[in-house]
Design a protein around this ligand. Structure first.
Ligand SMILES: NC(=O)c1ccc[n+]([C@@H]2O[C@H](COP(=O)([O-])OP(=O)(O)OC[C@H]3O[C@@H](n4cnc5c(N)ncnc54)[C@H](O)[C@@H]3O)[C@@H](O)[C@H]2O)c1
Ligand SMILES: [Zn+2]
Length: 335
């Protein structure tokens, strides 16, 4: 790859580095100085501590405005490296090289962030990469749990857009996906997201639809501890609740049974929410950054392809969540 940058810093994690770091370094090293910084794999690295260490590294490597930061890895690395690039020297260029299914989604839309112990992505900004470099061959080394995780966002895109595509996805066994299928679903998902983001870059309106399943997901991730459940698995469970809530609160007619069956067949970790502390989850949902003046704004579906942002009172949310958790524990006992 040709470059006019003088220095390049590749940020990656301990699981991706042994697989792809050397290849990427080689691609640049004949033209520029290339350094790397490897953070521990896992969501816990999207932290103030790693952010601070990375800034120390940028300064000691004397990166300047003609330098480039590359985020090589999944959504965790993308969000962390992007946030470093967005703030160092008030912003230097940033390239994303997504290596997970989920990162194909997260590299569209320009959101970068780190987590706070109180909640996901509470510290961040909008900052677009100058390029996104896709190599879907890297997805072949993904563990099954990460394919499952990535599918949480894929199915979200289908529910936001297209009933036929949903039916197609409900037939998918995530452990037996062909590369062709994966490529097709990834590009469809990116298209759905890009269409929405194009209309509402700063999330004042329809971009909020992309948060389908995320209010509960973020609460689950923070409550269980970052890294105990993958982001996409949490989203998949959060969507299940959103579907049930849409039926009960809006009278929508949705394929919730089919969806739940698909989750179970594909081993989504429903057991993790059986004994969850409901009151703490509600507190966390209120804390999620999508909350405005204590009213919980929830993305529900009037139908497949017809999302809406609905205000839910806390007492109603409590009732919906109580019923949902009861349903999940009954299903968990049967399986
Ligand atoms: N910015 C956005 O718009 C946006 C959107 C969705 C999600 N996100 C964020 O993305 C993060 C989740 O992303 P993720 O699911 O990619 O998690 P991740 O980056 O933690 O990657 C998951 C695991 O897979 C490993 N891995 C990555 N690529 C691999 C490969 N090719 N082969 C083998 N192992 C590989 C990683 O080392 C890690 O252990 C969350 O922090 C979430 O908040 C951001
Ligand atoms: Zn997400």
């Amino acid at each position: 790859m040709e470059t006019t940058y003088k220095k390049v810093l590749i940020i990656t994690d301990t699981q991706v580095a042994p697989l792809y770091l050397e290849d990427v370094k080689q691609a640049f090293s004949s033209q520029v100085t290339v350094d790397d910084y490897v953070v521990p794999a896992g969501e816990a690295s999207k932290s103030m501590e790693q952010y601070s260490r990375l800034l120390d590294a940028c300064i000691s490597l004397q990166l300047d405005r003609k330098s480039l930061i590359i985020g090589l890895g999944g959504g965790m690395v993308g969000d962390l490296a992007g946030f470093v690039a967005s703030t160092y020297l008030r912003g230097i260029d940033f390239v994303q090289m997504p290596t997970t299914i989920l990162a194909h989604d997260s590299s569209v839309g320009g959101k970068v962030a780190i987590n706070h112990p109180q909640g996901k992505n509470l510290i961040g900004c909008f900052y677009n990469p100058v390029y996104v470099i896709y190599d879907t061959d890297t997805l072949l080394s993904l563990p099954l749990s990460e394919v499952r995780s990535g599918f949480g966002e894929v199915i979200k895109h289908a529910l936001l857009s297209d009933a036929e595509w949903c039916d197609d996805l409900f037939q998918v066994n995530v452990s037996k996906l062909s590369p062709e299928q994966l490529n097709l679903y990834l590009s469809k998902g990116i298209q759905v997201k890009a269409d929405i983001v194009e209309q509402d870059e700063k999330e004042n309106g329809i971009r909020r639809h992309l948060n389908l399943g995320h209010t509960l997901a973020h609460a689950l991730e923070a409550e269980l501890g970052y890294g105990e459940i993958t982001h996409g698995e949490a989203v998949a469970l959060g969507i299940w609740f959103s579907l049930r809530a849409s039926e009960k609160h809006l009278g929508a007619s949705l394929p919730t049974e089919k969806y739940a069956k698909w989750l179970i067949q594909n081993n989504y970790p429903i057991h993790l929410i059986v004994n969850i502390n409901k009151n703490r989850i509600i507190e966390r949902m209120k804390w999620d950054k999508k909350t405005v003046e204590s009213q919980i704004h929830y993305v529900l579906l009037e139908a497949i392809g017809k999302p809406a942002v609905i205000t839910i009172e806390e007492s109603k949310l409590d009732e919906l969540l109580t019923d949902f958790l009861k349903e999940v524990s009954q299903i968990d006992e049967r399986n």
